[in-house]
Write a protein that binds this ligand. Structure first.
Ligand code: NDP
Length: 288
């Protein structure tokens, strides 16, 4: 029986994989949070992996605080770059398969068409720089690794835009949301399903792949969809990013083209609206 190690087990994606794992009982699952595998402790990573001896690693752990990364640069680089290099090296030398997760923030946002895996990168914030360095290290150390870039991740687990907006829309009369950052959200449960499809596919093909939900929207339009589904009365206004300064700059356009992942592995890409309804339905059940 193949053993699969999931790092960052308590994050959004790790938690969604945990939910799905019971449907994939042909694998032995090991879900590791940082108490089991602390990726900031580079010297101990290989020892932990030697003990667990996984056949596949799904690396869901990362430094994901985009704004804080501007000042916690070293920690962000340690987790998003150096630790990934160690993981990839271990997988290469131990014949282990690796699925690593990266971000649309490796792009500079200057495109106006959906970004393929070959589109030029050029991160405009520290988080994106460390994630891009992680991609390079990953594929340099283990060219057979699969790197999945995703964007705007939300889930019923953890903190995210959907949960924050849902709360604020019930607390406030009005809200401003940026309308000049365009992309597509990703329901972490859909990404978890995509990963399951890949690891159960008959052919493993290393390289970079893009995955998000289908649709091309701004954060403002995403907020409107959340409001419509939630049925909350709150005035939502679209504002430019320049009216909402943040420590880290964000790309203005980072829509991911999903053609490669669908044609290579037959991954299904649900529309953002249908997935948002699913997630908010589950959140409603949990809060009632
Ligand atoms: P989360 O922030 O929800 O989860 C990240 C996980 O990493 C957490 O469980 C965290 O543990 C863990 N972690 C942090 N530090 C360490 C450490 N030193 N050792 C081990 N684990 C650690 O992220 P998501 O699930 O949203 O993201 C999954 C992947 O998707 C990441 O690679 C991320 O970069 C990428 N991504 C995410 C986007 C988003 O909008 N969230 C957008 C695009 C890409 P703890 O819970 O203890 O803090």
């Amino acid at each position: 029986m193949k053993k699969i190690l999931v790092t960052g087990a308590n994050g959004q994606l790790g938690s969604e994989l945990k939910e799905l794992a019971s449907q994939y009982a042909q694998f032995e699952w090991v879900f590791a949070d940082r108490s089991v595998l602390d990726l900031s402790d580079l010297a101990t990573i290989s020892d932990v992996l030697d003990r667990i001896q996984p056949h596949i690693i799904i690396n869901c752990a990362a430094y994901t605080a985009v704004d804080k990364a501007e000042t916690e640069t070293e920690l962000a680089a340690l987790l998003n770059h150096q630790a990934v290099a160690v993981l990839a090296q271990w997988t290469k030398f131990n014949g282990c398969q690796l699925v690593h997760v990266s971000t649309d923030y490796v792009f500079d946002g200057s495109s106006s068409v959906a970004l393929t895996e070959e589109a030029p990168t050029g991160p405009i914030n520290v988080y994106g720089q460390t994630k891009l360095a992680g991609e390079h290290a990953c594929l340099r150390e283990n060219p057979e690794a699969i790197v999945i870039r995703t964007s705007w991740v939300y889930s019923r687990f953890g903190n995210n835009f959907v949960k924050t907006m849902s709360r604020l829309m019930q607390e406030r009369d009005s809200l401003n949301v940026v309308n000049d950052q365009i992309g597509s959200p990703t329901y972490a449960a859909d990404l978890a399903q995509a990963i399951m499809t890949i690891i159960t596919h008959s052919h493993w093909q290393g390289g970079i792949y893009h995955f998000s939900n289908e649709g091309e929207i701004s954060w403002y339009e995403f907020a409107l969809a959340i409001q419509e589904i939630g049925g909350w009365e709150c005035v939502i206004s679209g504002i430019p990013s320049s009216d909402y300064p943040t420590p880290a700059r964000r790309p203005h356009y980072s829509l991911l083209d999903k053609t490669k992942i669908t044609t290579t592995f037959g991954v299904v890409v649900p529309g953002y609206r249908e997935s948002l309804e699913k997630c908010m339905g589950l959140l409603r059940i949990n809060t009632n």
